[in-house]
Design a protein around this ligand. Structure first.
Ligand code: URA
Length: 209
């Protein structure tokens, strides 16, 4: 079974309160989503491998550590996932970004892709799939399934707010994919919104309604 990491760092919980507040406008909402994504990415990358290098400080030669060149890929699920990309790239500027527009066909239950542009070498990359909201899990499951079909092997999923139903569904379908989240909320309501949640993340990011 995959691991679920709930990031209860005070800065994350503080910023989360502001994006939940319905009075927070799009500009501030976008900035906070970016900041939260950066903070979550810090935890997602905790186990990246390091290698030893020798450098010269102004004082002496020293053996120090640097990332051992593991290639990363950030995969936002369209549309709201886009709001998380810049924050992650601030921390991991060398990551390549692939975009996936995907939904799960309610009849066949197969992932249907309507947009896809991925780095050519996703098989060699550690992939972080991002979407601010994990509601039913349908699009996350479909996007991860799709990446696996294309050769993706090493996949993590990162979101800001999740419903317990969505977490369970992703864990069931993809037990190899660890989940990183700022809050697992109470439930989904009859309209598919997370409660208490923050409303429609895409609309709030892009000012649509
Ligand atoms: N997607 C959103 O943007 N918000 C929800 O509450 C659920 C799904």
């Amino acid at each position: 079974m995959s691991k679920v990491t709930v990031m209860d760092h005070p800065l994350i919980q503080h910023k989360l309160t502001f994006i939940r507040d319905k009075e927070t406008g799009s500009k501030e909402f976008r900035e906070l989503v970016e900041e939260l994504s950066l903070l979550l990415a810090y935890e997602v990358t905790r186990n990246l491998p390091l290698s030893e290098v020798e450098i010269e400080t102004p004082v002496c030669k020293a053996k120090t550590k640097q990332l051992s060149g593991k290639k990363m890929g950030v995969i936002p699920i369209l549309r709201a996932g886009l709001g998380m990309v810049d924050g992650i790239l601030k921390l991991i500027p060398a990551a390549k970004v692939g975009h996936v527009g995907v939904y799960r066909d309610p009849e066949t239950l197969k992932p249907v892709e309507y947009y896809c542009k991925l780095p050519s070498d996703i098989q060699e990359r550690e992939l972080i799939v991002v979407d601010p909201m994990l509601a039913t899990g349908g699009s996350a499951i479909a996007a991860i399934e799709f990446l696996k079909e294309k050769g993706g092997k090493n996949i993590k999923f990162m979101c800001l707010v999740a419903a317990p139903e969505g977490v369970d569904a992703v864990q069931k379908e993809h037990p190899d994919v660890d989940i990183f989240v700022a809050s697992v909320d109470n439930e989904l309501n009859e309209h598919g919104y997370i409660v208490p949640g923050l409303g429609d993340a895409g609309d709030r990011l892009f000012g649509t309604k």
